[in-house]
Design a protein around this ligand. Structure first.
Ligand code: CP
Length: 301
C-alpha cells in the first residue's frame, strides 16, 4: 500500500517517529557504505513550479541513493505554459505510468489536489504558505543529532512566521514531539490567528529567545508579502537579526538553524550562520536522508 506525505499537521506522531527513524537509519547506511533498499523499479516525477536548490537536489540525490529514476519537470517547459491545468498535468503523468510525484507549488493545497488525481504517492515539497513537511523532518533529525532529544526543548522560531510553510510544519512537528515552541517576530510577520498554530507569540526578541535551546531563523518571504507588512529590511534586522550579541540570553549550548536560502546580514550575521553553533549545513545534508526515508515510507510503509 502506498501513501502520500502532504502535511505534518495531520500526521500522527507514530508516523513522524517512523519517518525520523527511517531517515537516521538510511543516513547511517549511506555513510557506512551499507546497502539501502532497492527501489529501482520506481520512477518519480519531480515537479517544481517554484524555484528551489536544496529541496529539488536533495529529492534527486535521495532517489539516486535508492536506485530510483526521476523525471524533472518545470512549468515553464511543460504544457502548463499552454494553459493546461494542474489536474490535467497530473492525470497525464499518471497515465504515463510515473509511480510517484514530488511537487512544489506556489498555491497552498496544490499537493493535496495533485494527490487526489494522481492515484499514487505525492510528496509535498512545499505548497504556498501551507506546509513543507520534509524540511521539518530534516530540521527535527538535526536537532536530535545535536541535542539528543526534542521533548522538553525550548525552540524559538524567529522572523516571518506568517508567510512561512517551513515555520508551519516545524511548529506542528516540534510541538507534537513535546518541544516548547515560541514564535518570535514583529506583529506584522506573526500569524494573526495565533490559535491556528501551536506556539507562544513573542514580539520581543530577547524574551522570545531567553533560555532557548534552538533558535531557528526564517527567510523573509518578500515574494509573498503584501505592501506595508515590512517597514524596512534594516529595521527588521535591527530588531530580529540573529547574531552573537543578541543570542546571549539563549542557552549556552543554543543551536542556530535556518532552512535556507539565507539573506545574509538580514536574518543572520556571518558569525552566527557559519560559527560553531550553526547547524545549517547539517540541515541541508539531513534533507537528503529524510527524503530517502520519505520515499521508502510512501512506497513501502
Ligand atoms: N529550504 C528550502 O526549501 O530551500 P529551497 O527553496 O532551496 O528548496
Amino acid at each position: 500500500m502506498s501513501r502520500s506525505l502532504l502535511a505534518i499537521r495531520t500526521l500522527p506522531v507514530a508516523d513522524i517517529e517512523s519517518l525520523l527513524e527511517l531517515g537516521a537509519d538510511l543516513k547511517a547506511r549511506v555513510l557506512e557504505g551499507r546497502g539501502t533498499p532497492d527501489m529501482s523499479r520506481k520512477v518519480m516525477g519531480l515537479l517544481f513550479f517554484e524555484n528551489s536548490t536544496r529541496t529539488r537536489v536533495s529529492f534527486e540525490q535521495a532517489a539516486g541513493y535508492l536506485g530510483m529514476r526521476s523525471s524533472n519537470f518545470a512549468s515553464s517547459a511543460s504544457s502548463m505554459s499552454k494553459g493546461e491545468t494542474l489536474k490535467d498535468t497530473v492525470l497525464t503523468l499518471r497515465h504515463e505510468r510515473l509511480d510517484g510525484l514530488v511537487m512544489r507549488h506556489s498555491s497552498s493545497g496544490a499537493a493535496v489536489l495533485a494527490a487526489r488525481h494522481f492515484g499514487g504517492p505525492v510528496l509535498n515539497a512545499g505548497d504556498g504558505q501551507h506546509e513543507h513537511p520534509t524540511q521539518a523532518l530534516a530540521d527535527a533529525l538535526t536537532i536530535r543529532e545535536r541535542l539528543g532529544r526534542i521533548e522538553g526543548l525550548k525552540i524559538a522560531i524567529v522572523g516571518d512566521v506568517a508567510h512561512s510553510r517551513v515555520a508551519r510544519s516545524n511548529a506542528w512537528l516540534l510541538s507534537k514531539l513535546g518541544a516548547e515552541v515560541r514564535l518570535v517576530g514583529p506583529p506584522t510577520l506573526l500569524p494573526n490567528q495565533a490559535a491556528m498554530l501551536p506556539g507562544a507569540i513573542h514580539y520581543d526578541f530577547s524574551t522570545g529567545v531567553e533560555g532557548a535551546d534552538v533558535v531557528m531563523a526564517l527567510r523573509l518571504q518578500r515574494e509573498r508579502m503584501e505592501g506595508g507588512v515590512l517597514g524596512s529590511v534594516r529595521e527588521y534586522a535591527s530588531g530580529y537579526q540573529i547574531n552573537e550579541t543578541n543570542l546571549r540570553s539563549a542557552a549556552r549550548h543554543c543551536v542556530v538553524m535556518h532552512p535556507g536560502p539565507i539573506n545574509r546580514g538580514v536574518e543572520l550575521d556571518d558569525e552566527s550562520a557559519d560559527g560553531p553553533r550553526s547547524a545549517i549545513a547539517d540541515q541541508v545534508t539531513n534533507g537528503v536522508f529524510v527524503r530517502m526515508g520519505a520515499y521508502v515510507w510512501c512506497f513501502e510503509g
